[in-house]
Write a protein that binds this ligand. Structure first.
Ligand code: NAG
Ligand code: NAG
Ligand code: NAG
Ligand code: FE2
Length: 376
């Protein structure tokens, strides 16, 4: 924190470079940004501001991640955070500013909704997440609340890697290959089956590449996230029994995603949509595959987490009274998840309960001696 303040007060040496001429004069053109780099000791900070002919923001800065794979990646993970009733927001803003995270994963459903009131709700939401998103990679996936106008608010506000309109993509950070999916292409078929097919084919290629021996050696963890869960035990709606992404399109059973998790040895899968937290035992096709010594030590299948309780105007969701055999921990309190990928063998997860003022209510280590397709 001290370092960060120090950087902001340092005279910006290259500031007298004249402003870039944006070359246009209109109210709603793409904004410009201006970045400069500063090295303090060995840490590189990038200082930037964004704007257009209508005005420029104050300066923000961020720290570039270390090179290579051998460092601890720390993430904040949650879904379903709204403009109103965002219980976790102040915790996340504070933690982000204190430098607790390297990346944020917002697993769908933003603002409720970004298009509301001529998209002013979306604008306000972006200001709310600015303390996080201005200084960290704020990585996203689309949820059902983004579906209006063919996901255009989502696509235009978030610019994720790759060339698929931010709907699906992957990126590498430290020892982790992160994969982001749109589960919504299975539900909003009116926007075209093509996106679903494209995503499926892309995913197969992406996971196959991530799972080659040399890539797995370098970057052993594969963490996949998308909005609607493959497994949940909530009582509120039918979404825990509709399993289009897991089992494929209705009746046809095509493009089912769960077999890909097995085939390419995905380690951890993160969902949201249900406004609660739920952790599974290692799980495939409804069956539990615990590790031999301990459930999460060399697990026989992917581990699933549902973390959609960041807070929104639709309150939290309750569970059915008797949890299924695959369900290991459940909570309907507001909160968010922290992940830390320590090294090639150890990955840590914990659930922060904001109803209990930040107390950790669940934690686990996934320990793996090898990362490979599951023998199921
Ligand atoms: C929705 O947007 C996608 C691109 O993100 C495009 O491929 C698709 O054709 C659009 N669908 C409709 C119905 O406009
Ligand atoms: C998996 O491990 C957990 C915790 O030890 C246990 O409660 C559960 O019954 C195990 N499930 C199976 C199928 O072995
Ligand atoms: C990996 O991280 C865990 C947890 O911090 C630690 O106990 C273990 O010794 C580490 N392994 C290696 C090879 O550094
Ligand atoms: Fe949702």
């Amino acid at each position: 924190m001290k370092l960060l303040l120090f950087v902001l007060f340092i005279k910006v040496i290259s500031a007298d470079i004249p402003r870039v001429d944006p070359g246009y004069d209109c109210a709603y053109c793409q904004p410009e940004q201006y970045i400069e780099s500063q090295k303090i000791f060995f840490i590189e900070f990038l200082v930037y501001h964004v704007g257009s002919t209508y005005g420029w923001s104050e300066k923000f800065s961020f720290k570039t991640p270390p090179n290579g794979e051998n460092w601890i990646v720390r993430a904040a993970i949650y879904g379903d955070m709204g403009n109103k009733n965002a219980h976790s927001l102040s915790y996340l803003q504070d933690e982000a500013q204190r430098g607790h995270f390297d990346v944020v994963l917002h697993v769908g459903d933003f603002a409720y909704d970004m298009d509301t009131d001529d998209a002013r709700v979306g604008d306000e939401f972006m200001r709310q997440i600015q303390p996080l998103a201005a200084g960290l990679p704020y990585m996203t996936c689309p949820g059902n609340h983004e579906s209006k106008y063919n996901f255009s608010n989502y696509r235009n506000r978030f610019s994720m890697p790759g060339s698929h309109g931010s709907l699906f993509y992957s990126f590498d950070l430290g020892p982790v290959h992160f994969v982001s999916l749109s589960t919504e292409v299975y539900y909003f078929l009116q926007y075209g089956l093509k996106m679903l097919v494209n995503q499926y084919e892309w995913l197969r290629r992406d996971l196959a590449a991530a799972n080659t021996p040399e890539n797995r050696e370098k970057r052993p963890w594969i963490v996949l996230y998308g909005h609607r869960p493959m497994y949940c035990s909530n009582s509120d709606d039918i979404d825990c029994s509709v399993e289009y992404t897991r089992k494929g399109l209705p009746f046809l059973g095509m493009y089912s995603l769960e077999p890909l998790l097995r085939e390419f040895g995905v380690d951890l899968v993160v969902w949201a949509h249900e406004h609660s937290y739920e952790r599974t035992w290692p799980l495939y096709d409804g069956r539990v595959y615990n590790g031999t010594e301990e459930p999460y030590r060399n697990p026989g299948a992917p581990v699933h987490i549902v973390t959609g309780s960041a807070g929104c105007q639709e309150d939290t969701n309750k569970f059915i009274p008797h949890p299924p055999a695959w369900s290991a921990f459940r909570s309907s309190d507001y909160g968010y998840t922290r992940l830390a990928a320590h090294n090639r063998t150890h990955l840590y997860l914990e659930q922060v309960d904001v109803d209990l003022k930040g107390q950790v209510i669940d934690s686990l280590w996934i320990v793996k001696d090898k990362h490979a397709p599951y023998e199921i």
